[in-house]
Design a protein around this ligand. Structure first.
Ligand code: NAD
Ligand code: DAU
Length: 336
């Protein structure tokens, strides 16, 4: 397959590119990414010279650039490109609406006009809203009830993807995944921020009482699920991808303190996020029954691997925290 991966320089997109290049020796990847603050080509330094990998710097809201990329005749588009951080969407939602809604419409339209391009859209469990402690986990039939500007923009995108299936028969699938952790996570999200703060001997800011629950999945397991859905998923369908690993944010902080031999004084409770969703959990029976997928990485192993990765890659996150990371692109592509 020749796959146009949009948003491939971010956290999950770069893990997906590594996954596909390693597991499908015939596949070709074109990484289409605008390199926003969250995009970092250092995530792909190990494959930059691979003849089956190429990079195309552009924005999914730029219809001409998207048409140019689609003219390279990919068999599939896998769309990771998005504004992804809930706190940023609360501060200013405009980029979220532009990229997450308009950008997806532009990608869908380019795929429709080209004809016969398989389209897989990466979405989130946040489109389903927030659960109470004893509610059953979300599943594919849960009504959409997004509560933040981020999740509202992702929900709008999902509805557009569905509409392109119904109206134009575009061969689409959607996956709604729970919270990911693992290598290359930008240090503004819970794991990336907490681990790097602790490695810098700083406290971790826990929002509110810290008893909010997320269902954690190791990023490589997410990539495996996407890959299966892309190749074997039923067209027009959504698939929930969960980690079977519900943890409170405090439990995550305490687990990290243990792994790093630090005491509770590193936990600092700070003001809560406005409209903070209390709990997410996902039922992934459909994916398990249809495609045989289950998470392979246990929470304990995933946490250990993630901490080990951040310890071994201090240069990667220190450059991000200092703002130096975007220089990589200028060095790698001085002509652009
Ligand atoms: P990220 O913020 O780490 O990376 C996003 C990437 O998209 C960056 O490389 C950025 O440069 C690129 N991008 C942003 N706007 C763009 C634009 N207009 N044109 C082209 N490229 C653009 O995100 P992530 O955490 O890897 O998330 C990837 C996808 O997975 C998103 O769609 C997100 O909604 C979804 N998702 C994330 C999680 C999670 O826990 N991180 C869980 C479920 C679903
Ligand atoms: O559920 C999937 C979603 O997970 C993705 O769609 C989003 O793109 C991704 O950012 C993530 O959203 P969350 O808001 O759940 O992730 P975040 O890492 O920002 O926060 C996880 C939890 O930790 C949440 O309850 C807020 C809390 N938190 C977060 C930060 C950054 C803190 O307590 N302190 C913090 O400093």
């Amino acid at each position: 397959m020749k796959i146009l991966v949009t948003g491939g320089a971010g956290f999950i997109g770069s893990n997906f590119i590594h996954y596909v290049l390693a597991n499908h020796p015939e596949d070709i990847i074109i990484n289409f990414d605008a390199l926003t603050y969250a995009g970092n080509l250092a995530n792909l330094a190990a494959v930059a010279q691979n003849p089956r990998y190429s990079f195309f710097k552009a924005d999914i809201t730029d219809a001409a650039a998207v048409s140019e990329a689609v003219a390279l005749a990919p068999d599939a588009i896998v769309n990771f490109a998005a504004e992804t951080h809930v706190d940023r969407s609360i501060m200013d939602s405009s980029a979220f609406v532009k990229t997450n809604v308009l950008g997806v419409q532009i990608l869908l339209e380019a795929a429709r006009q080209a004809g016969n391009i398989r389209f897989h859209h990466i979405s989130t469990d946040e489109v389903f809203g927030s659960l109470l402690p004893h509610d059953p986990p979300f599943n594919e039939n849960t009504p959409y009830a997004p509560r933040s500007p981020y999740s509202a923009s992702k929900a709008a995108a999902d509805l557009l993807v569905r509409a392109y299936f119904t109206t134009y028969n575009l061969p689409v699938t959607i996956s709604n995944c729970s919270n990911n952790y693992g290598p290359y996570q930008f240090p503004e999200k819970l794991h990336g921020l907490f681990i790097t703060n602790l490695l810098e001997n700083k406290k971790v800011p826990v929002y509110g009482d810290g008893l909010q629950i997320r269902d954690w999945l190791y990023a490589t397991d997410h990539c495996e699920a996407i890959d299966l859905i892309l190749r074997r998923g039923r067209l027009g369908e959504s698939y929930c991808i969960g980690g079977a690993s519900e943890k409170t944010n405090l439990a995550i902080a305490e687990h990290l303190l243990k792994l790093l031999n630090l005491d509770q004084s590193y936990i600092q409770h700070v003001a809560d996020r406005p409209g903070h969703d209390r709990r997410y959990a996902l039922n992934f029976d459909k994916l398990k029954n249809e495609l045989g997928w289950e998470p392979k990485t246990s929470f304990a192993d995933g946490m250990q691997k993630t901490v080990a990765w951040y310890k071994a890659n201090t240069d990667w996150w220190q450059k991000i925290k200092s703002g130096e990371y975007q220089e990589y692109y200028k060095k790698q592509y001085p002509q652009k």
